[in-house]
Design a protein around this ligand. Structure first.
Ligand code: HEM
Ligand code: HEM
Length: 184
């Protein structure tokens, strides 16, 4: 039940996928709200949750990648065309890259803006760059641009999962769902 097999995901891989999916979707909403809110205590509160949740995502993706290194993913269904395999590989690679690049660019913005901050009230976030307003402004643009890219790749990802289930009628969506070990 723990390890991935040739045709299914093990429980830890599913748990990583769905917990992180929920945290990332919430994170995009929090980011858009925090950035667009008028200056107020509520805006600071939204940034507190955005930054804390974002650093949690960074820690989780590191653990998830370690687990994935020790657990090769299941094979794709044999009927998939070469372009579909390439699209799946590229989009998953992009999603992992963005799960790292989003928090790291956010961390740079936070450091460059020189706002002291404790992750979930507990762990002081160390600065990874020196305070500098132009850096903060530039990397904030990169962070926002990458968020748009993430939203686009995620739309394709979710669309592809639904296409596998409802159009191609293969086991790709079902094998990622909790509780289902192997699709019929
Ligand atoms: C909410 C709707 C979502 C659905 C229906 C969905 C569905 C799936 C499915 C079915 C797979 C397995 C593909 C396979 O077995 O080959 C998968 C893999 C994956 N999903 Fe999602 N997903 C969703 C959200 C997300 C989100 C928000 C992220 C975060 C960036 C994400 C990142 C990934 C990654 C990186 C993989 C590849 C896993 C690996 O190869 O290690 N997914 N998703
Ligand atoms: C997966 C992780 C993350 C995602 C998906 C994400 C997403 C977003 C989004 C969608 C925005 C709004 C962009 C806009 O409307 O202009 C935003 C803004 C922001 N995020 Fe993140 N973020 C993540 C992690 C982080 C982390 C870890 C930090 C800091 C420690 C952070 C700090 C910020 C800051 C300071 C802004 C405001 C930038 C500005 O001034 O325009 N983010 N983020």
């Amino acid at each position: 039940m723990l390890r991935n097999t040739a045709d299914s995901w093990g429980a830890p891989a599913k748990l990583f996928h769905w917990v992180m999916a929920a945290l990332i979707l919430a994170q995009i909403a929090l980011g858009v709200m925090a950035a667009s809110w008028r200056v107020s205590p509520a805006k600071l509160e939204l940034f507190f949750w955005h930054k804390s949740n974002g650093m949690l995502i960074l820690a989780l993706v590191a653990l998830r990648l370690l687990w994935r290194l020790a657990n090769p993913p299941p094979e794709l269904p044999s009927g998939m065309a070469a372009w579909e395999r390439a699209a799946a590989r590229l989009s998953h690679l992009l999603l992992y890259a963005l799960m790292i690049a989003m928090p790291v660019t956010g961390w740079i913005v936070s450091s460059a803006s020189n706002v002291p901050f404790r992750i979930f009230w507990l762990i002081p976030l160390p600065a990874i760059v020196a305070p500098d307003e132009p850096t903060a402004d530039l990397v904030a643009l990169v962070h926002g641009g990458l968020a748009v890219l993430l939203a686009l790749v995620l739309s394709a990802h979710i669309g592809a999962a639904l296409r596998h289930h409802f159009v191609k009628r293969d086991a790709v969506l079902e094998r990622m769902l909790p509780g289902i070990r192997r699709a019929p």
